[in-house]
Design a protein around this ligand. Structure first.
Ligand code: NAP
Length: 304
């Protein structure tokens, strides 16, 4: 029986592990892929305090992982299928997708969120052949080529700007006539000669033979359809929480785990931290703070 199982090794889970180890509790971090979370796909992080210059996302999260490992945190690669609180001893059974159950006195769900798809014809078909969800990973394939970015939030604006390092032109396709993203990012994007905003437009199909050749968009006001020649399409339209293993009664209508300010769910001993939780602002620094809060409260629960 562990004191604490942390599900997910992004900034929230890694910070929970750092705080848990420093509190002297016996914990394990379960991660489906490799540690890092969404931050590893971020080319540069400019708003994490403590770095005068932008820090590569990979470097930032690797430092968090190394810190947790130095403190002795145990990691395992595993996908969690369910988390159930057992009434007979008030501990949790964490069932893994391909292995036996683990048991713990407390659990922190910190498995983050995944990028949403637009759901138009061609999106799945051309995935890896022109459709991408990661500019840091795939941007360099589009040197001197034309790309399109879908979305109007911080991610779409940041990634569109990043793509101008490679692409000759970036169409920024957004469904409204104003962007949701921060003013500083809007100014950056709108002052770029390479970025062409295509506003009040939604994608209807991604087209091509063996790879992406164009994207068709529909104007939301007039219904007019236009087809734009592009070599690549990058989709950044928000996230879906990775909460399939959490009992549905603990989720809100957006699929996020409902917590109070102490990161407590309605089930005593079960906490949620970072992008998986309700009302998250989806900032790295806040995910870290959530992880610390959850771990300190888990510690109090363990020691009684
Ligand atoms: P987001 O803020 O939810 O924005 C999603 C964008 O996609 C919105 O512009 C939305 O349009 C559009 N959209 C949603 N569904 C769509 C659909 N089906 N078809 C077409 N467009 C669609 O997501 P995000 O930009 O990924 O950001 C998520 C969170 O992370 C935010 O809280 C953000 O502040 C944070 N973040 C912060 C930073 C940073 O601080 N540097 C960087 C990245 C992300 P509408 O505007 O019309 O709703």
């Amino acid at each position: 029986m562990k004191d604490l199982i942390i599900i997910g090794a992004g900034p929230a889970g890694l910070t929970a592990a750092i705080y848990g180890m420093r509190a002297g509790i016996d914990l394990i971090v379960l991660e489906k892929f490799s540690p890092g979370g969404q931050v590893i796909n971020t080319y540069e992080v400019e708003n994490y305090p403590g770095f005068a210059d932008p820090v590569p996302g990979w470097d930032l999260v690797s430092a968090m992982e190394n810190q947790a490992r130095r403190l002795g945190a145990e990691f395992a690669t595993a996908e969690v299928a369910s988390v159930v609180k057992d009434e007979w001893d008030n501990a949790f059974t964490v069932t893994l997708a391909d292995g036996g159950p683990l048991r713990a006195k407390t659990v922190i769900a910190a498995s983050g969120a995944s990028l949403r798809k637009i759901g138009v014809p061609g999106e799945d078909h051309f995935f890896g052949r022109g459709v991408s969800y990661c500019a840091t990973c795939d941007g360099a394939f589009y040197k001197d080529r034309v790309t399109a970015v879908i979305g109007g939030g911080d991610t779409a604006l940041e990634e569109a700007h990043f793509l101008t390092r490679f692409s000759s032109k970036v169409y920024l396709i957004h469904r409204r006539n104003e962007f949701r993203g921060m003013k500083i990012l809007q100014e950056r994007v709108l002052s770029s000669e390479k970025i062409v905003p295509v506003l009040e437009s939604i994608p209807v199909s991604i087209n091509g033979e063996s790879k992406v050749e164009s994207i068709s968009v529909s104007n939301v006001r007039t219904g007019d359809k236009t087809t734009i020649s592009v070599d690549g399409v990058f989709v950044f339209i928000g996230y879906t929480p990775n909460a399939s293993y959490i009992p549905p009664t603990l989720l809100n209508k957006n699929g996020e785990v409902v917590v109070d300010m102490q990161m407590r769910t309605a089930v005593r001993g079960l906490f949620a931290a970072g992008d998986i939780r309700s009302e998250s602002k989806r900032q790295i620094v806040m995910a870290c703070a959530d992880g610390a809060t959850a771990a300190l409260n888990a510690y109090e629960e363990i020691v009684g």
